[in-house]
Design a protein around this ligand. Structure first.
Ligand code: FAD
Ligand code: NAP
Length: 338
């Protein structure tokens, strides 16, 4: 089934709570319905994008095209291979429901990604990650529908070009396909991954490192540090952490011995937390017009009430310029700016 909306407000459909309107928005609950709809309403030159929960989008203007919104929420176990279990989940399933369902079935692999707002269909797009885990660790394949040819494809995870907050869906396939479902592979074997920050201590405070305890520990840490979009508009981390040349990190470390830094998959690249750079540059807790930098985590830009996309962008640009001047490092947005 599809449902069409025209000239619809997006204020309740983006976590920044920005007022913007879409010329058209189509909700679909399965691939066949979407294919039939697009066959009878070809997108032609119309700008067409997919919106899930709108937790990683900043609207800077009205959307003068077609937004597609998946609402199918099916979740099913597909097969067992040794200790592993295949799971199929439709794009419209809220990500946190997926994580809960995995835990209910005793399946390991998604627990560190508890409480990330959004949908299953968006998870591969930026390869969501938290607490030392990322979606790519458990994605076996991604099912897509081409917006123009209407061809269905199942793309193996190995071909999704997953990287740090990156994938083929932000590159070659951007604006070309809808992700209709994701296939995961999880494990029945307990494999707690507690090496990140306060996670081990918070889990231990609850007891054994069970799926339920790890999920609850992640939820507690997140609730204590991150703003709830329901009360303070935001899209999570506004910027990506820069991955800089090792020599650049070493030079900065001489000037700022307290600067945190982390190894990456590449021996030549060091990750520096953008939140630390922004805080050190003096932006944490500040407000410009109606846009602000969150008091407890400088990586998060917030809507202090009635902000426009332009307010948020002006603040982001000022931060980018200041960080470049002070540290010689270019930081770039993680959030999709539309
Ligand atoms: P949307 O914001 O609707 O869309 C994001 C992008 O994905 C857009 O480009 C959109 O076109 C595309 N897209 C969405 N669905 C589809 C689809 N079915 N097919 C094709 N393209 C699609 N992110 C992390 O990685 N880790 C975190 O820990 C984290 N914490 C957050 C905390 C808060 C408080 C908030 C507000 C955000 C956080 N985020 C985090 C960012 C956000 O949760 C993720 O990016 C999430 O995947 C967004 O899901 P969504 O359904 O809201 O996607
Ligand atoms: P945090 O734990 O205070 O850490 C600050 C930064 O340092 C993070 O960006 C993190 O990088 C890095 N870091 C910390 N410990 C690390 C380790 N052991 N190894 C490698 N890198 C390490 O961060 P936070 O703000 O409270 O967020 C906690 C987790 O949730 C992080 O993984 C973060 O990515 C995720 N999160 C993401 C978003 C988003 O919108 N993308 C929003 C909120 C939280 P990484 O970011 O690479 O982990």
């Amino acid at each position: 089934m599809v449902q069409e909306f025209f000239n619809i407000s997006l204020k309740e459909r983006n976590s920044f709570g920005i007022e913007a309107r879409a010329a058209a928005l189509v909700e679909f609950d399965d691939t066949d319905s979407l294919r039939d709809y697009l066959a009878s309403h070809p997108i032609g030159d119309r700008r067409t994008e997919v919106i899930g929960g709108g937790n990683n989008i900043l609207f800077t203007q009205d959307f003068d095209g077609l937004l597609l919104h998946p609402v199918g929420r099916a979740f099913r176990l597909t097969d067992e291979e040794g200790d592993t279990v295949g799971v199929h989940a439709e794009a419209g399933l809220p990500w946190d429901d997926f994580v809960h369902l995995c835990a209910e079935h005793g399946l390991w692999g998604a627990e560190n990604l508890t409480a990330i707002p959004g949908t299953v269909g968006a998870a591969p797009v930026q390869n969501i990650g938290a607490y030392g885990a990322e979606a790519a660790d458990i994605i076996e394949s991604v099912e897509t529908l081409d917006l123009r040819t209407l061809k269905e494809t199942t793309l193996a995870g190995a071909h999704c070009n997953f990287g740090y907050r990156d994938s083929i869906f932000k590159g070659a396939l951007k604006g070309r396909v809808v992700i209709t479902a994701v296939n995961f592979r999880l494990s029945r074997q307990p494999r707690p991954n507690l090496g990140y920050g306060a996670l081990a201590a918070e889990t231990a405070s609850l007891g054994e490192p069970t799926l339920a305890h790890i999920g609850e520990a992640v939820r507690r840490i997140r609730t204590s540090k991150l703003p709830d979009p329901a009360t303070l508009g935001n899209a999570g981390s506004f910027f990506k952490n820069p991955l800089v040349e090792r020599s650049v990190a070493e030079a900065l470390k001489r000037d700022y011995p307290d600067m945190p830094s982390y190894a990456t998959d590449s021996p030549d690249r060091i990750k520096i937390p953008a939140g630390w750079l922004i805080e050190k540059a003096g932006w944490k807790g500040t407000t410009r017009n109606r846009a602000g930098v969150y008091e407890r985590q400088a990586l998060i830009l917030v809507n202090r009430g009635g902000a426009t996309g332009a307010d948020i962008i002006a603040l982001a640009e000022a931060i980018i310029a200041d960080v470049r001047t002070k540290f010689g490092i270019s930081i770039s947005p993680e959030v999709n700016i539309w």
